[in-house]
Ligand binder design. Sequence first.
Ligand SMILES: *Cc1c(COP(=O)(O)O)cnc(C)c1O
Length: 359
Amino acid sequence: MRLATAEIDLSALSYNLKRTKALAPNSKVMAVLKANAYGHGLVTIAQHLHDADAFAVARIDEALALRAGGVTKPIVLLEGFFNQSDVSILLANNFQTIIHDENQLGMLEQAQLDAPIATWLKVDTGMHRLGIAPAQLSAFYQRLKKTENAKPAVYLMTHFPCADDVKNDRTAQQIREFKQLTLNYNEPLCLANSAGILGWRDSHCDWIRPGLMIYGVSPMLHCIGKDHGLKAVMRLTTKVIAIRSILSGEYVGYGGRWQSEKNTQLAIVAMGYGDGYPRHAKHGTPVVIKGERYGIVGSVSMDMITVDIGDNDGMIQVGDDVEMWGRALPVEEVAACADTIPYELLCNITPRVSYEYIE
Ligand SMILES: *Cc1c(COP(=O)(O)O)cnc(C)c1O
């Protein structure tokens, strides 16, 4: 019996990419595949995003895994590179790199290369994580234009910290400032992550960088993917492995954190934090069995979760499927019940979970 399984709907993936392109019809798409394609499986996801113009990852190892899997599209490294010796790896594998600080630019200039590398110059317009200050743009740009190690086109990019909140006008301010700053540079611009694409039309520009939304999930506050016409790609399921009765007043699970107020039945389901399900999912977090929602009770343990199924009357049986999140139960909703964001739930899926790809 197959227990914890992540069903990955590849037709939903293609559908979401199409939907993304419809929302930003004049932009090229850099599909973001970091963290194992947000837990969906790096190479398989890349192989099914035929219509993306490029891919982005965070680490060189992720980019090398894509090449090893036969992926030939351009790959952009969102954090750039870290050592002088990395530069020749970038060239050999046709990787493109972010340049976000003096250190990286210096290493690029000093490298002995037979051919140039494509660069994306990252400007910090308010995230204060990576990126050069707006006042440094001109100097960095001139140096990239001058070095023979950088290709002539220098893409200009920035990133949003607050685009998930359409009421926060910092994003509009960032867009204005970045456009103003780059006005006299005749280069391609790239601003929008998923939240930019969904919430801020002015941010679309030449390139977009969708991550979460191509997996059918919404980054926007209080929204689910369906609100934007997206379809959830992952369905995380498992099975009921036991059913038992408990009496009113009995405690359930580690720490006896939940006490039943009535005689009831529990379904024990084979899923826990060892599979990546959040241990902090609170009492009442829904799961779906036979089309109905039931709440979890007690602590999530490593391998199992207890679900209160009430009177049951033989409706639910050992071996029944349980959806932990998916089309019937948005991962956004489960994330809210665990005080986290859907990004974290998706990329926390552990290697114990089997993947099943459906077309
Ligand atoms: C992760 C990431 C993205 C994609 O973000 P989503 O919110 O998943 O769309 C885009 N740009 C950068 C720089 C990132 O790190």
